[in-house]
Every structure is written in structure tokens, then in C-alpha cells.
Design a protein around this ligand. Structure first.
Ligand SMILES: C[S@@+](CC[C@H](N)C(=O)[O-])C[C@H]1O[C@@H](n2cnc3c(N)ncnc32)[C@H](O)[C@@H]1O
Length: 393
């Protein structure tokens, strides 16, 4: 399969600075592809470099634009939308801290620092003062987080590597979807092909090769060989979760992301996969466009994540839609308090509309899920008391 990689029409034009950065990233990627075996770069490596190549990748070069109100922003996440999200998570985090006896929260991929900025004051309001650790792969975002969280300097520490031993609460909001995924396609003869990128003159183009035997065997265990069907598998995210079993001594991780259980993920009708790119609030599926300037994501196969946690020796503690989780963990009460304090004000109106986005089935409420995995947690977690869908994983 080969598809020209010109940017999809309809994307906003690049300003001079962005265009110059895009050229530098393209040159770097082109050199890497030229040096790759048979001139083929597996998509997973493309996604890794396009997002995380130091000083170049989307998350690593100051290009990440979070923000609901920013016309030039690329996408909005729940903690950016409203502090109510972090305030609600704080309630669940407090319960996990109490049940685990741990004194720390560890957030992966903290973005602009918005989640920490809403959780820490909410916990303080409950008389809970944990250490707050952040593990962030992007040096640029780490610097932004340090600036944003300057007022919480005494509580927050940035880690350079995974801890050897951890007890407490782990948070990862929209991190699994940002981990590089492997792209595959079944051919007409029922053989698995791995998709990647090659050079076609000065342009990037899609390419394919026979999938390595290991990949073919894993995919074949998860879905039937549907001719022409293309999708993703996130082996890195699975490895990350399996590895958590080695360092999480007692506590739970809340993994929040968009995705589905396996039967829906590899549904015959989802024949083009789930790859999604974001550029200045435009969502499209061309992962070869604007490398270094756009976000690239793949939805999460939550069955694979739960299985990886089990393989790592962890328990699966809950799985629910974001709407159900937030309702269970007390968002309605927080919203009522917020509306009561400032009834009729613009702030109360904004809070109400943000809560609607978090909860609505048509927005983030149903597509986003919360998976809790952990060890040594003996009581039900409050976020899953109703609507726990573990049975569907
Ligand atoms: C889509 S952003 C989400 C940011 C933030 N959690 C939010 O909800 O606004 C993905 C974040 O995950 C980070 N990230 C990706 N892979 C990671 C990993 N393996 N460990 C830690 N952070 C990671 C990125 O650098 C970025 O900060």
C-alpha cells in the first residue's frame, strides 16, 4: 500500500516559524529513513520520533498547544477544561492513599501541569498532603510543569526514571494513547503486514512489509484475519503496564483514556483503525502530515491493558466510562457546591458547561474510560461503585 503524504486539505497554513521547524523535523526523519533497513521505518518508530525526538518531536520542542480557549491550540484534555476534573480525581486518590497507606501520588505525562494544579489544593482541602511525583518524558513539558507548579514546590518532585518501589496512587490521563503504536494490516491472503514509512522522492509515503512472526502471532490471537483491515496494537503501553507490576508495591493506578474493550476495538466495522492526529483543533487521520507539529494518537485497547496488568501480577480493580467514574467519585456534589457559591455568575456557567463536556455521552463521557489496576487494595474503589464494566473487558 502506498499513499502520498501531502497534508490533508483543510488544515490551517503554517506560519514561517512552524514551517521552518517542520523542515528541520522532515530532514531528520528523512535521514533516519534513508539509514533504516530497506528504507523502511516501522510506524511505531515514526510516531516515537515525530512526538518525542529531543528538540524536534511534537511533545519535545515546545510545540504542544494545550487549551480549550486557545484558538491555535491543538486539543483539549479534561484537566485543561476544568479544575472539577482534578477535584473529583482527588477524592478517588485520597481513598487510594488511605487504603494503601502510601504517602505519594505519581503522575505520568503531566502535560501543562493542570491536573496536579487542581488535585493538590483539593487534597489539601481534605487534609491530605501527599508527595506529588511527576514522570514526564518531554523536557519541554517538564519545564512548563515546573513553572506552573511553582507554588507547590515543596510537594512536587520530578523523577528521571521509574521508581524501584512505590506505594500510593498513580495517575495517567491521556498518556497511553500518546505511546507509540504499531500499525498493521491484513492482506487478501490472510497474512499480516506491518505498516511503516518510506521516502518517495522528497516526500514521505506509507509502506508495508511482512509482519515479524512475533507481531503476527500476537495479532492473530486478538482478531480474525479480515482482508484489508487495518488497525493498531500498542505493545509499548502493554510493556509499561506489565512493568508496573514490578515496582508498584501497594496502591492503585487510574488510567484514563479514550478507547474500548477488545471486541469493540477490533470490530469489523472499525476497518481503518483508530489513529487520530490533532493540529490546531483539527482532527484528521493523516499521521504523516506536519511531523513534529501535530499530535498523533491511537485509541486504547483496554482489554490488552487489563491483561498486561494481570501478567505483571496486578489486580484489575475497576473499569468504567469516564462519566460513570466521575459521577461515582462525586462530581455532582462538587458542581452543586460550585454553582451554590457563585450561582448565576459566569464562572458557575463555565463550570456547568465543562462538567457537561466531561459527562455527556456525545462528548467525553462515554468514549473515555477509567481503568484501575493495583495491588493490595482490599476495598471497592469509590469511582466504580456503580457501572463497573470489568465483565466486558
Ligand atoms: C496527550 S498529553 C496529556 C497530558 C496531560 N496528562 C493532560 O491530560 O492534559 C500526553 C502526555 O504524556 C507524556 N508521555 C508520553 N509517554 C510517556 C511515558 N512513557 N511516560 C511519561 N510521560 C509520557 C507526554 O509527554 C505528554 O505530557
Amino acid at each position: 500500500m502506498s499513499r502520498a503524504a501531502s497534508p490533508p486539505s483543510g488544515l490551517p497554513p503554517l506560519d514561517a516559524e512552524s514551517a521552518a521547524h517542520a523542515r528541520t523535523v522532515r530532514d531528520h526523519l528523512a535521514r533516519e529513513i534513508a539509514e533504516a533497513e530497506n528504507g523502511f521505518m516501522p510506524f511505531e518508530q515514526w510516531m516515537q520520533l515525530a512526538l518525542y525526538a529531543p528538540g524536534l518531536g511534537y511533545y519535545a520542542a515546545g510545540n504542544t498547544k494545550f487549551g480549550a480557549d486557545l484558538p491555535s491550540g491543538d486539543f483539549t484534555t479534561a484537566p485543561e477544561l476544568t479544575p472539577l476534573f482534578g477535584q473529583t480525581l482527588a477524592r478517588q486518590a485520597a481513598q487510594i492513599l488511605a487504603l494503601s497507606g502510601g504517602d505519594a501520588i505519581l503522575e505520568f505525562g503531566a502535560g501543562s501541569g493542570a491536573l496536579a494544579a487542581s488535585i493538590l489544593p483539593a487534597l489539601a482541602g481534605m487534609g491530605v498532603f501527599p508527595r506529588y511525583l511527576i514522570l514526564e518524558v518531554s523536557a519541554d513539558l517538564r519545564a512548563r510543569q515546573q513553572e506552573r507548579l511553582a507554588d507547590h514546590r515543596d510537594r512536587v518532585t520530578w523523577l528521571d526514571a521509574l521508581p524501584e518501589d512505590f506505594s500510593g496512587c498513580i495517575l495517567a490521563n491521556e498518556v497511553l494513547d500518546a505511546m507509540p503504536a504499531t500499525l498493521f494490516q491484513w492482506d487478501e491472503a490472510g497474512r499480516l503486514r506491518e505498516l511503516g514509512v518510506r521516502l518517495e522522492g522528497p516526500d514521505f509515503a506509507w509502506a508495508e512489509r511482512p509482519a515479524p512472526a512475533g507481531l503476527a502471532s500476537i495479532v492473530a490471537q486478538r482478531m480474525p484475519p479480515l482482508p484489508g483491515y487495518r488497525s493498531e496494537i500498542n505493545l509499548r503501553a502493554e510493556a509499561w503496564l506489565r512493568q508496573m507490576g514490578g515496582w508498584l508495591r501497594k496502591g492503585a493506578a487510574l488510567l484514563i483514556d479514550y478507547g474500548f474493550p477488545r471486541a469493540e476495538y477490533y470490530h469489523p466495522q472499525r476497518a481503518e483503525g483508530t489513529l487520530m492526529c490533532h493540529f490546531r483543533h483539527h482532527a484528521h487521520a493523516d499521521a504523516l502530515a506536519h511531523p513534529g507539529l501535530q499530535d498523533i494518537t491511537a485509541h486504547v485497547d483496554f482489554t490488552a491493558m487489563a491483561d498486561a496488568a494481570l501478567e505483571g501480577g496486578l489486580d484489575v480493580l475497576g473499569y468504567a466510562s469516564q462519566a460513570r467514574f466521575l459521577m461515582n467519585a462525586g462530581l455532582p456534589e462538587l458542581l452543586m457546591a460550585c454553582a451554590g457559591n457563585g450561582a448565576g455568575t459566569a464562572a458557575a456557567g463555565r463550570a456547568m458547561s465543562a462538567a457537561q463536556k466531561l459527562l455527556s455521552e456525545a462528548e467525553m463521557g462515554e468514549l473515555f474510560k477509567v481503568l484501575a489496576v493495583g495491588r493490595g487494595i482490599d476495598a471497592p474503589l469509590m469511582g466504580f461503585t456503580r457501572g463497573d464494566r470489568r465483565g466486558r473487558l
